[in-house]
Design a protein. Structure first.
Length: 393
């Protein structure tokens, strides 16, 4: 079975020539610059900064950013296609850290003033700096309205105090998009603002976190102790950052779904190829009906997840207000995709047998990394409850 089976799942007419060209460009980039180096990056628990510059050279660090900032001015589907292709390399850590700009940069581009765009947006798009999003706190992640990190205005600066945790690219990031409570008397979603915080700011402390998977991605716990942030680094209007954070969350969930689909396809391909060459009891594994049925079921789940994902992405692009896209479908797309990769990775390891338990196979690495996808960007339980409320259940 050809890998192209899954590409046809995009639907006739959905992908333009530009989309197809981008996909091929990213696929070649992954084969040339990423796939041969994954084991080394897993061991070092870092991506080299040179990779960001190489990615920027083909437009990956600013796919949807405007040309005047050095971006490609592409649509959101291009970003999803790129996330999927990078994840097909079989390393969630590479996909997460190289793609951290997808959640750290958009609020800066959308709401940043001239000084912020010059200091952070342009260098990130050029691959010279790394952006990260800092929303999750020790006391909660998906419940943004409950955040406690505070920023009080003192003249022409905000003084930032608090903690953030599980921050992807947090050890290397040069700029953080931070959600903080700027109105001490507010409760819930009101009184939250977004700030662009320089990674070299005095009072910012970083502690590296160790993880089950995503070893190629650095993850940090951040502490802000009286960090002084220029007032012009405010992103959007003061006290009105909650809506922007929610849009970021929705887009992050779709990017995670794309990563799940790409990783699942990588596991499928490895399992299929292994089943064709591995012989047991005088015949290839794939000649056994039970193996063929496993592979068909894996392909069905991947195709279903991708079809739902692309449908939601197209609805998002067609909407005048991206937040008007039904949140329930975004939640369903993420859960469907992360369920698919969990199943596919497990079946791939089973087909590979003992080899599937060995370090160095794609399926082993993805199998370890599936759980984080059902937690990051909103845990399944939180998203199902959110979907239920949207559906008025």
């Amino acid at each position: 079975m050809a890998e192209g089976l899954f590409e046809r799942g995009a639907g006739p007419g959905l992908l333009t020539g530009e989309h197809v060209a981008l996909r091929e460009s990213v696929r070649a980039f992954v084969a040339r610059e990423i796939a041969p180096n994954i084991d080394a990056w897993e061991a070092s628990r870092r991506l080299p900064r040179a990779l960001y510059r190489k990615a920027a050279a083909i437009g990956l660090q600013g796919l949807t950013s405007p040309p005047e900032l050095g971006g490609a001015g592409g649509d959101f589907l291009m970003q999803i296609l790129a996330a999927e292709e990078i994840a097909r390399a079989g390393s969630g850590g590479v996909a997460a850290s190289l793609g951290s700009y997808m959640i750290g940069l958009p609020p800066i581009v959308r709401f940043g003033g001239r000084e912020v765009l010059e200091a952070y947006a342009k260098p990130v798009i050029a691959g010279e700096k790394i952006a990260a999003l800092a929303v999750t706190e020790p006391g909660g992640g998906s419940d943004v309205a409950a955040l406690r990190c505070s920023a009080r205005r003192e003249g022409d600066v905000y003084v930032l105090d608090g903690e953030k945790t599980f921050i992807t690219s947090g050890m290397q990031a040069d700029v953080f998009t931070v959600a903080a409570r700027t109105d001490p008397d507010s409760r819930g979603a009101r009184g939250i603002s977004l700030l662009a915080v320089d990674g070299a700011s005095p009072g910012l402390e970083r502690v590296e976190l160790r993880k089950m998977g995503w070893h190629a991605s650095d993850t940090a716990h951040l502490t802000f102790r009286g960090v002084r942030v220029p007032a012009h680094n405010l992103l959007g209007k003061e006290h009105e950052g909650f809506q922007a954070a929610m849009l970021n969350f929705n887009d992050e969930r779709l990017a995670i779904a794309a990563q799940a689909v790409g990783a699942a396809e990588a596991c499928f391909v490895e399992a299929r190829d292994w089943a064709r060459q591995r012989r047991a009891f005088g015949r290839a594994l794939i000649e056994n009906q039970v193996i063929r049925h496993k592979l068909v079921d894996m392909a069905m789940r991947i195709d279903a997840a991708r079809t739902l994902l692309y449908d939601v992405v197209c609805r998002r692009m067609a909407a005048a207000d991206p937040l008007a896209v039904h949140v329930a479908r975004t939640a369903m797309a993420k859960i469907t995709a992360t369920d698919a990769v969990a199943h596919v990775a497990g079946e791939a390891v089973q087909i590979l047998g003992g080899m599937g338990y060995m370090l160095g196979t794609v399926s082993e690495r993805v199998f370890r990394e599936t759980k984080v996808l059902s937690i990051g960007g909103g845990a399944d339980e939180v998203l199902k409850d959110l979907a239920a409320r949207q559906m008025e259940l």
